[in-house]
Design a protein around this ligand. Sequence first.
Ligand SMILES: C[S@@+](CC[C@H](N)C(=O)[O-])C[C@H]1O[C@@H](n2cnc3c(N)ncnc32)[C@H](O)[C@@H]1O
Length: 220
Amino acid sequence: METNFWLERWQQGLTGFHQEQVNPYLVQNWLKLGATAGDKILVPLCGKSKDMVWLRQQGMDVLGVELSSMAIEAFFTENQLQAKQDAHGRFSRWRSPGYELLCGDFFDVIPSDTQHHRFVYDRASLVALPPDMRQRYAHHLSHLLLSDSRVLLVTMEYLQHEMQGPPFSVNESEVRELYSSVFSIEKAGQVDVLSENQRFRERGLSAMMETTYIMTRKTS
Ligand SMILES: C[S@@+](CC[C@H](N)C(=O)[O-])C[C@H]1O[C@@H](n2cnc3c(N)ncnc32)[C@H](O)[C@@H]1O
């Protein structure tokens, strides 16, 4: 997926992936991550997700990474937060107490940016990417995290021939292929969500599951 694809989606308001409600799998599985107030959480490909506000309400320091400055600006405006901007490496950085959002390419994040981050939340991030980029993404994320870091991952599964991504279908065997050399992986739940997703029924899907995983980085 080219950078411009996403920038245009934001410019054209084609952001059907954005949820006005906090993601239920985040709320249901949060305690399993074992994070406590003051811990830092990385949210790759964060969009303007309300989940970041919920994470902040749990006392987390949130580090989001997002290509689109429109998304980041909307996040701060819609949540009535004042942000200060500066440059940080290859990123434009937006900060407000408890939040740091880096505007730029996730693949430009370097380990020193995430050295204190032991938690990651990935909803609609891995599945936003086509297969070759998913490998690169998983490799890059693994490289950024230290032993014992924990990831809450939410994926979608459907018959890929029924719809062109994004979102792409990422099944359990692919999650294991991408991550099992570096993470231990626990499947935390799976829900059939087609009946509540009219937009995916309209796109021709006959089934759609959302699956949640808790992954713990093995000792390196
Ligand atoms: C499907 S959306 C999901 C957003 C968010 N995780 C959510 O749950 O609403 C994917 C987001 O990733 C951003 N994105 C795509 N590729 C990226 C990259 N290489 N670096 C940073 N952000 C990226 C897009 O602009 C888009 O906002």
